[in-house]
Design a protein around this ligand. Structure first.
Ligand SMILES: Nc1ncnc2c1ncn2[C@@H]1O[C@H](COP(=O)(O)OP(=O)(O)OP(=O)(O)O)[C@@H](O)[C@H]1O
Ligand SMILES: [Mg+2]
Length: 326
């Protein structure tokens, strides 16, 4: 059973970049919820705005990017109204993020133990000894072998997979309520991937952790997510339960993504690649952004950008075409 209020409610989020080519609406009106004890998957092709949605929630949008509209309701309070100091206190404590590029967020000149300890010392006022013991404990929990020795390693002494685990240990150090994980398993081999996803599932059961899981891997979504949000060219185009979205996708883009998944094609004809490319965000065509690649486009799609609206109970899509019955 879900609690009545989401942990995080993203409403009409717009994040833009001013560039020489014009305005780039990297996130354009994103609206969806993340719940305690549940995993929301955020999917879509490269460049569709997944990382920037996450960075917006953390209030860490890189220059020259700006959040220019919307609300980020955290337990009903708008994160956009919080001071920089209030955000620093929330970040790493109640809301934590595993970034897509682990090396950019690990400092090469400090040991991993020092970096995990730092989080605990800042947010929890932990003493040196306690913080170190907890760091070893966290490293062991995320599956770093021989954690008591590895704690004194520098980031460059670890493999990519181990660095990813260190990032996860840092993110989980303060027992957050919400974990945003941006492609946390992409760089890892299949066995390690499964272990990390199982760890997240366990934390979710034990601590009611809410997870926003960004991935391009629909297999991971099928395994781990309760809800799914599909983005296309800065827009949220479909939101629904994972089960329903996989069985009866309401947006032609989601349907096309599902057809393109390796493994699903067995016995169902060849793997499909979605023809065409994502439009240039600084020169968006009028009407629906997916129209040029859509096999179900009708004339209204040329002029009217479809709003995200309910197609079935709890299942939203931004599409003018009639829903194909299951
Ligand atoms: N510094 C920047 N200046 C201008 N535009 C930017 C900048 N950073 C990102 N963008 C734009 O924002 C869009 C969304 O980027 P984002 O990183 O959120 O994509 P993503 O969905 O995470 O992709 P990926 O799957 O490759 O990680 C990109 O298509 C790009 O056009
Ligand atoms: Mg990204």
């Amino acid at each position: 059973m879900s609690p009545a209020e989401p942990l995080l409610r993203i409403q009409g989020l717009c994040t833009r970049f001013e560039t020489d080519e014009g305005e780039v609406p990297a996130v354009d009106g994103a609206t969806f919820d993340v719940w305690a004890g549940r995993t929301t998957g955020l999917v879509g092709e490269s460049g569709c705005g997944k990382s920037l949605t996450a960075l917006s929630v953390m209030r860490l949008v890189p220059e020259p990017g700006r959040i220019c509209a919307g609300k980020l309701l955290w337990h009903g309070e708008d994160l956009l109204a919080k001071s920089a100091e209030e955000m620093r206190k929330l970040r790493g404590d109640r809301i934590a993020m595993v970034f897509q590029e682990p090396m950019t967020s690990l400092n090469p000149v400090f040991t991993i133990g020092d970096q995990i300890s730092e989080v605990l010392r800042y947010h929890r006022d932990a003493g040196r000894g306690d913080a170190r013991r907890r760091a070893v404990d966290l490293l062991a929990q995320v599956g770093v072998p021989d954690a008591g020795r590895r704690v004194d390693d520098f980031p460059h002494q670890l493999s990519g997979g181990q660095r990813q685990r260190v990032m996860l240990a840092m993110a989980l150090a303060c027992d957050p309520e919400l974990l945003i994980a941006d492609e946390p398993t992409t760089a890892l081999d299949a066995t390690v991937q499964v272990q990390i996803l199982e760890l997240l599932a366990r934390l979710q059961r034990e601590r009611q952790l809410g997870v926003l899981l960004i991935t391009h891997d629909l297999g991971v979504v099928a395994e781990s997510c309760d809800e799914v949000v599909v983005m296309y060219a800065g827009r949220v185009v479909e939101v629904g339960s994972a089960a329903e979205l996989f069985s009866t996708p309401a947006h032609p883009y989601t349907a096309a993504l599902l057809r393109s998944v390796p493994g699903r094609e067995r016995g169902r004809g060849p793997l499909e690649v979605i023809p065409g490319a994502v439009p240039n965000l600084s020169r968006l065509p009028p009407g629906c952004r997916f129209r040029a690649r859509c096999d179900r486009a009708i004339s209204v799609c040329e002029t009217v950008d479809p709003p995200l609206e309910p197609k079935r109970a709890g299942h939203l899509a931004a599409c003018h075409a009639p829903v194909i019955p299951p």
